[in-house]
Structure formats: structure tokens, C-alpha cells
Design a protein around this ligand. Structure first.
Ligand SMILES: *[C@@H]1O[C@H](CO)[C@@H](O)[C@H](O)[C@H]1NC(C)=O
Ligand SMILES: *[C@@H]1O[C@H](CO)[C@@H](O)[C@H](O)[C@H]1NC(C)=O
Ligand SMILES: *[C@@H]1O[C@H](CO)[C@@H](O)[C@H](O)[C@H]1NC(C)=O
Ligand SMILES: *[C@@H]1O[C@H](CO)[C@@H](O)[C@H](O)[C@H]1NC(C)=O
Ligand SMILES: *[C@@H]1O[C@H](CO)[C@@H](O)[C@H](O)[C@H]1NC(C)=O
Ligand SMILES: [Ca+2]
Ligand SMILES: [Ca+2]
Length: 798
């Protein structure tokens, strides 16, 4: 269970830890070994240190470079067994009774990490072989298909054993390159079968120390100019033996790699891409030199070389230790010659010494490119392995160098590569990809015409670019070379849909994807989508009263409170902030305001937060105001015109027919009917006297029921015979003697009666008025006497 963590667990762990520590310290006692590059531990024939390893081989180790031999057992004839690392995997190579075995036995063997390895079943070297690395078990990846039987105690594998490297590549029988390199390793212990190998007492060793150090990052330097150099501080005691190794990357064919010594020296440089090794151990006379036949050391790849000088012999080796050049100075090989150790120049000569030194050396310009992992050893009697020299910390003079990285594009003099299409690359200017060389010295590059021959097909137009071209295809074609028919051309999408080309070997409807315009559906967007009944890319009617579908479209009639093409949005009546300082509450049907002057909303349904005094003021828009004014003006004009016309008419009548009499009688009556303010006869002094009209109404209301009975009333809901009613009313009016007029006709019947002033009417309301006398008007004053005259004149005219 998860909760199981009883008191036994920690103590168990502690015990385990103690055990591991004990084992570790036991192994430490046997002596961990750091074996530098070029170093090795070696046991002679008959030592049989790997006896029992065919059943179980255990070791703990760390390494620093990408490949190399860890354990090498030489056997009789061509038999051998080798175990090492290659690209972070454990690798075994063996040859047993003329059968070659190659296999990877484990993964995740990273550099600069300590690994615990247990290999079982080495006896068969097949899938029975198992490896456990840091607790993880791996089955082998067997590259060969053979059955062998391996036994480290049998005579077939009796021979020398080398661990952590090898004395000489010549002693190795390796079939492949996978392990051919000197590793830098730290070996804590090796146990073959039940027995630990005593690492303290090999038959011979080189470059081995008792203390493991962590892997040093490789020291590197970029030399950027033909006069760059580094002068390194090294042991300056003259000694008879020297080892110098380094890695380099350049494209420049010429340049000094190193010069060690004074008048007596060993030197290595590039000349025309080949390596030249020179040696002079006397300090005078002509030196001896060897130039490699291989002239591709300036191919821009990483090259690893080492020069070992022993007395008057110098040997140049590649990274695996293969000899590629050797020179012997003088006659006697046995004469130990101590080189003057005052100088180690790397990459170039110091300007001050140029000419003074090395008159034999043809190449005096500097190496340009990257140098890595310089190793140096100088010794007399006991061999010592070269150790890494730090370019940055161990130089005593330098110029035009960069210690940060391998700066491929910085390794040319700044003015050198400025022409069109040029770049600096590991020491040389070159034409960039897509440019051709028009001329060397000075370098001129030109843009290669990528349209010739024309790669564009089907009438497409070609545009040249740098290391590329662009075909402008006609409508029907697509592709880099316009050689492919577009699906969208032969199978277009309909109704304005966007057509997306898909990749198909042949043109087909499946080779395009139609992205339909709103309102359409179907693979080619040829169908209308019914927004009233299905989900469409144009939306669907929601919250609608009605929906009407049409081709490519639809019309929704929204429910109250909704808007939008598909009625999906709720109308926000508050969006224009109609409440101003108040809070607006929007509902489906409208909005109301909660105003600061009425936070509790006592006054309901306020549409704005103006002053409360005017609740629902009648709003008159300016247009309405203008309309009313215009109406008033028209009315005024009409009145004026009417009055004027009437004046004129009366004048006319007076002259033509005599006053108030003649054939025009009926016409006069009509006018009366329109001229209603006359209705109350001479008692109405002010036209439109509202009080007067009101009083009539009041009089009517105040009538007692019995009074009312005297007047016929129109029974409610029995307004059938209005004609009869009016007729009866007329009759009543004639009989009636006092009381105010109550309908349109009676005023004319009453006209003139009860009025001191008599009738002001200029018309004859009835023939009975004919004998009227207007003399009393004279009593009203001069103005009225004229009136009186007028009327009397009219009478007399009759
Ligand atoms: C190796 O690991 C140590 C720490 O364990 C680190 O300091 C060192 O830089 C590493 N070396 C390389 C080459 O990565
Ligand atoms: C275009 O044409 C070039 C030259 O004819 C050919 O090398 C290339 O493979 C073609 N590319 C395609 C995508 O067809
Ligand atoms: C290449 O041609 C296509 C048309 O085929 C054009 O859209 C594009 O811009 C061109 N690119 C260049 C770099 O000329
Ligand atoms: C077509 O396009 C749509 C959206 O752009 C995508 O979901 C669909 O997978 C595409 N169909 C194919 C066959 O590529
Ligand atoms: C606004 O209207 C809602 C719903 O009709 C009502 O509940 C609320 O009292 C009203 N508020 C005001 C301030 O009129
Ligand atoms: Ca081009
Ligand atoms: Ca539709």
C-alpha cells in the first residue's frame, strides 16, 4: 500500500546506503584510475585478468569523449574481444574462431556520468547476453548473425589485456571504426567473475593517475586572421620526448598548426591541404620533413592529429593512432635530442620571431579556423601522457583569436568576404549556396540562373532566386514546377465558397475542401441551407415569431426584445445610457431607470432621470411646433380673408340688391350655420367665449329631470332617428319662449331677443325680423349710430 512506510523502511534504506558505501570504499581501496587520452593500462600475456568474465563482468566507469575502447583482450591468432563506448551506447566487437561479432549491448551511456554496468552471458555473445546499466536491463542489438562460445580462461583468449585505451593501434585487431579512438576514462573498479582486477599493478601503463577528475570542457580557440597566433606557456626544460595533439577545423589550405622549440624544433603545418611534419633536433642545418599524400585536411571537418617525438624521430598520427607521417632527423636514431623548449606557438608565429626562426618553413601565415583540445607532454625518461592545455588561461601572448566558440564565419579577415554572394567559412571566403564562382583571386561570385533550364511547366513563368526559383503558375496548375492540376480548378466550389486545395496525386473532388459562404452547404456548397430548420453557417432563426427561408438567405421576424439577423441577440435598451446618472434596467420589453433622486424606485417606469416635477411631459418636437404654428398662421389668414371677403360681399350686396334682401337669402343662411359664434345672439360679445359655451352645458346639466322631460332627449343606444329628433327639437324651440338655446338651430330662432343691443347680425335670420327697428343703437354712442343708420337704411331699402 501507498501508506506503507513503517519504521523498517528508512533503516532498510540506511543499511542499503551503508552497504553501497562500504562496497564503494572497498573498491576505492583497490584504486580508481583516471586514464587520459593516449593513456592505457596493460597486462602482459598470461595475466588472465578477465578470467571468469564470460559469466559476469561488472564495472563502474565514466568517460569524456564520444567513442573509445574500455576493455581489450587479445587472443591467439586473430581472436580478440573488445568492449567500449560508441555514441553513448556500450558496444562489443569480437572475433572468435574466425567468426566476427558486433553488437550493441546497452543504451543511455552518457558522457561525464558515472555508470554501473553488469554484463552476464558474455559466453554466447547472443541474445542470451544481458546488460544492466544503472539498474536498467537491456537486450543486445546484434549486428552479426553467428554462434560463438567465448571463454576468457581458454587458450583462444590468452593474450595481452588493455584497459582504458591502448598502447598502439597496431596492437588492435578491430574490424570496424566504432571503437578506434582513445577515450578519456575514469574506472572505479572492474570485476571479472567474482574477482576484482587489481588496477594498481598492471604490467605497464601510460597517462594514468589515481584521482578521477570530471570531464573538462574542451578548450577551443578561433583564429581569425593570417597573422593570428598563440604563444603557450609550457614546461621549458629541454627534454628528449614530446607529445602534442590537437583537433582542427579549417577550409584554408595553408597555415601553421604548431611550432615547438627554438632553433631545434618540431613543427606541423598545412600546405595546400596536406599536412607537413618537420623536425630538426640539432638546431642547425637543414631539417627533415614529410608531406602527407592526403591533401584534404582542409575539408572543413574536424581533424584530430598527434605528433609524438622520441629523440630524433617524429611520428604524426590520426585520431585513432594510425601513423600518417614519420620523419627521422640525422643518422642515429638512438641519439636522444633535447629540444629547446622555450616556445610553443600555436596557429601562427609571433611577428617578432618571423624570419628569425624556421627559415626552412615555407608556410608562415596563420591557421584560420577552429582549434580544439590541444594536448602537450614533454618528458625525458618516463613516458607521460599529454594533458589538455587551456588556450585562454595558458597563453603568454596572442592576437586575433576568440576563445568563446568555433566561429566559422569569423575566421576570415573582416574585409575579405564582402563581395556579393560571399561568406566567410572556416578561414576562407566562399560563394554562398546558389552562387557560382566567376573568378578566384579576387573572388567574384554570381547568382546562378536557376531558371535555366526552365523548371516551370505548363506555360508558367520562372523567376530566378538565390539557390531557388519561383514558378508563377497559370490558373489550372500548382506545385513547385506548376506540374500538378489544381483540384479547385476542375472541381470548383459553388456560390462564392472558398476552395482549399488538398494534396492528391490526381485531380479529384476529394482533393479540395469547400469552405461555404454563409447560407450554403454541401461538399461543393451547391445547396441552400434552410436556416429555419437546420443549423447553418449563417446562423439559425432563434427567438423568432416567424422564419422564411430563401436561397442563400433567410428572414427572421424577432420576438419582442430580440434583434439581429437570426434574432439571437437580446436588445439592450440601456446601451445608449438613457438613464444618465441613474441605473438603467433593461427588460425584454423595454427599460426603466432607477434614479439617484429615487433610489427605491417609488416612481415606477421612469424613462430618464430628469426632474421628477414633470412626469410624462408632452413632448413637442420642433417639427410639430412648426406645423402647429403654420396651421395657426393659415387659420389667421383664412379668418382675415373671410372677414375681408364678407365686408366686400356686404358692400356689393348693398349696392346690388339692397341690404339683407334678395335672391341671395339662402346663401346667407348657409353662412350663419358656419358662423357659429353668433349662435347666442347679441348676448355673446366675445367670440369663442368659453364660459358662455360652458354655461350652456352647465344649464343643460342643471336641468331638473322634470325640466328635462320638456325637452326630448336621445335615448342612449337609440340614436336611430336623428332626423326626427332634430325635427321635434325644432318644434320645441318654436314653442319655447325663454331658456337658452341648446342646439345649433335654436340660436337663430332666439336671435335678437332679450338683447338690449338688438341683433348685431347683418343678416336676416328670419322674415319675421323684417320690422325690426335699430334706432336704439343711437343711444350707444356715435359709433353705433352709424350702424343703426346702416341697418335702417337696409330696412327702408326693402
Ligand atoms: C562534467 O560534469 C561536471 C559536474 O559533474 C561539470 O562541472 C563539468 O563541466 C562537466 N563536463 C563537461 C565536459 O560537460
Ligand atoms: C521541379 O523540377 C526540377 C527540375 O526539373 C526537379 O528537379 C524537381 O524535382 C521538380 N520538383 C517537383 C516538386 O516536381
Ligand atoms: C512566387 O510566386 C508566387 C506566385 O506563384 C508569388 O505569390 C510569390 O510572391 C512569389 N515569391 C517570390 C519570392 O517571388
Ligand atoms: C475541410 O475544412 C474543415 C474546416 O476548415 C475541416 O474541419 C475539415 O476537416 C476539412 N476536410 C478535409 C477533408 O480536409
Ligand atoms: C422597473 O421594472 C421592473 C420590472 O417591471 C420593476 O420590478 C421595477 O420595480 C421597476 N423599477 C423602477 C424604478 O421603475
Ligand atoms: Ca539563382
Ligand atoms: Ca437559406
Amino acid at each position: 500500500m501507498c501508506s506503507y512506510s513503517g519504521p523498517t523502511t528508512p533503516s532498510y534504506r540506511l543499511m542499503l546506503l551503508l552497504l553501497v558505501f562500504l562496497i564503494a570504499s572497498v573498491h576505492q581501496a583497490t584504486g580508481e584510475k583516471y586514464i587520459d587520452k593516449s593513456g592505457y593500462l596493460k597486462w602482459n600475456l598470461g595475466s588472465n585478468v578477465l578470467q571468469g568474465a564470460q559469466d559476469r563482468l561488472e564495472f563502474r566507469f565514466r568517460y569524456c569523449n564520444n567513442k573509445g575502447v574500455l576493455i581489450y583482450q587479445q587472443g591467439e591468432g586473430r581472436n580478440f574481444f573488445a568492449l567500449g563506448v560508441n555514441n553513448e551506447r556500450l558496444y562489443i566487437e569480437a572475433s572468435i574462431n574466425q567468426l566476427a561479432v558486433e553488437m550493441y549491448v546497452g543504451e543511455n551511456v552518457g558522457r561525464n556520468q558515472t555508470h554501473d554496468v553488469t554484463i552476464t552471458g558474455l559466453r554466447t555473445l547472443n541474445d542470451q547476453t544481458r546488460v544492466i546499466i544503472n539498474g536498467i536491463s537491456y537486450t543486445p542489438e546484434i549486428l552479426t548473425d553467428v554462434d560463438v562460445s567465448l571463454d576468457f580462461s581458454s587458450s583462444m583468449l590468452i593474450g595481452e589485456t588493455q584497459i582504458g585505451g591502448y598502447e598502439s593501434i597496431d596492437q588492435l585487431r578491430l574490424n570496424t571504426q566504432r571503437l578506434k579512438a582513445y577515450p578519456i576514462t575514469c574506472i572505479t573498479f572492474i570485476r571479472a567473475g567474482p574477482t576484482d582486477i587489481d588496477l594498481d599493478s598492471p604490467s605497464s601503463q601510460l597517462g594514468v593517475s589515481d584521482q578521477c577528475i570530471v570531464c573538462l570542457p574542451p578548450s577551443l580557440v578561433t583564429l581569425t586572421r593570417t597573422d593570428s597566433f598563440l604563444r603557450m606557456r609550457v614546461d621549458n626544460s629541454p627534454r628528449s620526448n614530446t607529445v602534442i595533439s590537437l583537433k582542427f577545423r579549417t577550409k584554408a589550405p595553408d597555415g601553421l598548426l604548431f611550432y615547438f622549440g627554438g632553433p631545434a624544433y618540431v613543427a606541423l603545418y598545412l600546405e595546400g591541404g596536406a599536412l607537413v611534419l618537420r623536425l630538426n633536433t640539432r638546431g642547425s642545418g637543414s631539417d627533415t620533413k614529410y608531406k602527407t599524400t592526403r591533401a584534404t585536411f582542409n575539408d572543413g571537418e574536424m581533424q584530430e592529429v598527434s605528433v609524438t617525438r622520441t629523440g630524433n624521430t617524429a611520428t604524426l598520427r590520426d585520431g585513432a593512432g594510425n601513423i600518417i607521417a614519420q620523419v627521422i632527423f640525422g643518422g642515429s636514431q638512438n641519439t636522444a635530442q633535447a629540444l629547446n623548449a622555450e616556445r610553443l606557438y600555436v596557429g601562427g608565429f609571433e611577428p617578432a620571431v618571423l624570419g628569425g626562426l624556421s627559415s626552412d618553413i615555407e608556410v608562415t601565415q596563420s591557421f584560420r579556423g577552429c582549434l580544439e583540445e590541444l594536448r602537450f607532454a614533454s618528458y625525458s625518461a618516463v613516458e607521460s601522457a599529454p594533458t589538455q592545455v587551456n588556450f585562454e588561461n595558458q597563453n603568454i601572448g596572442s592576437s586575433y583569436v576568440d576563445f568563446s566558440a568555433c566561429l566559422e564565419s569569423a575566421s576570415c579577415q573582416s574585409y575579405a568576404c564582402t563581395g556579393e554572394g560571399q561568406q566567410c567559412s572556416l578561414g576562407v571566403c566562399e560563394c554562398i549556396h546558389g552562387y557560382g564562382v566567376r573568378s578566384q583571386n579576387p573572388l567574384v561570385c554570381y547568382n546562378i540562373d536557376d531558371c535555366s533550364p526552365n523548371p516551370c511547366q505548363n506555360g508558367a513563368q520562372c523567376t530566378d532566386k538565390i539557390a531557388d526559383y519561383n514558378c508563377t503558375c497559370t490558373d489550372r496548375y500548382k506545385g513547385k514546377n506548376c506540374s500538378v492540376i489544381r483540384n479547385c480548378y476542375d472541381f470548383p466550389c459553388l456560390n462564392g465558397a472558398e476552395c482549399i486545395e488538398l494534396d492528391t496525386p490526381t485531380p479529384s473532388a476529394a482533393g479540395r475542401n469547400c469552405s461555404c459562404a454563409p447560407g450554403y452547404k454541401g461538399v461543393d456548397c451547391g445547396q441552400d441551407c434552410d436556416e429555419c430548420n437546420e443549423q447553418c453557417n449563417s446562423g439559425m432563426c432563434v427567438n423568432s415569431i416567424s422564419c422564411e427561408n430563401s436561397i442563400g438567405d433567410f428572414i427572421c421576424e424577432c420576438k419582442v426584445g430580440y434583434e439581429g439577423k437570426d434574432c439571437s441577440s437580446v436588445i439592450d435598451y440601456c446601451k445608449d445610457n438613457p438613464c444618465g446618472t441613474g441605473t438603467c434596467n433593461s427588460f425584454l420589453t423595454g427599460y426603466n431607470c432607477t434614479c439617484p433622486d429615487d433610489p427605491d424606485g417609488a416612481v415606477k417606469d421612469r424613462q430618464s432621470c430628469g426632474p421628477l416635477a414633470v412626469v410624462n411631459p408632452i413632448q413637442i418636437s420642433p417639427a410639430a411646433l412648426v406645423a402647429i404654428l403654420v396651421c395657426l398662421v393659415i387659420l389667421l389668414i383664412l379668418v382675415i380673408v373671410f372677414v375681408a371677403f364678407r365686408r366686400q360681399y356686404q358692400q356689393k350686396k348693398k349696392t346690388m340688391y339692397g341690404y339683407g334682401n334678395g335672391p341671395d337669402f339662402e346663401e346667407s343662411r348657409e353662412n350663419i350655420m358656419k358662423y357659429e359664434e353668433e349662435g347666442y345672439g347679441e348676448e355673446d360679445q366675445d367670440a369663442y367665449d368659453v364660459n358662455l359655451i360652458k354655461s350652456v352645458g352647465d344649464t343643460l346639466k342643471q336641468r331638473k329631470p322634470e325640466d328635462r322631460s320638456k325637452y326630448p332627449t336621445l335615448p342612449l343606444g337609440e340614436a336611430a332617428d336623428v332626423g326626427d329628433f332634430i325635427h321635434g327639437r325644432l318644434g320645441d324651440a318654436e314653442k319655447d319662449t325663454n331658456d337658452g338655446a341648446i342646439d345649433e338651430m335654436t340660436p337663430f330662432g332666439d336671435e335678437g331677443q332679450g338683447s338690449l343691443a338688438g341683433s348685431l347680425s347683418s343678416l336676416n335670420s328670419s322674415s319675421s325680423d323684417g320690422d325690426q327697428n335699430y334706432d336704439y343703437l343711437h343711444d350707444w354712442g356715435p359709433r353705433f349710430s352709424k350702424l343703426a343708420d346702416m341697418f335702417n337704411d337696409g330696412e327702408s331699402d326693402d
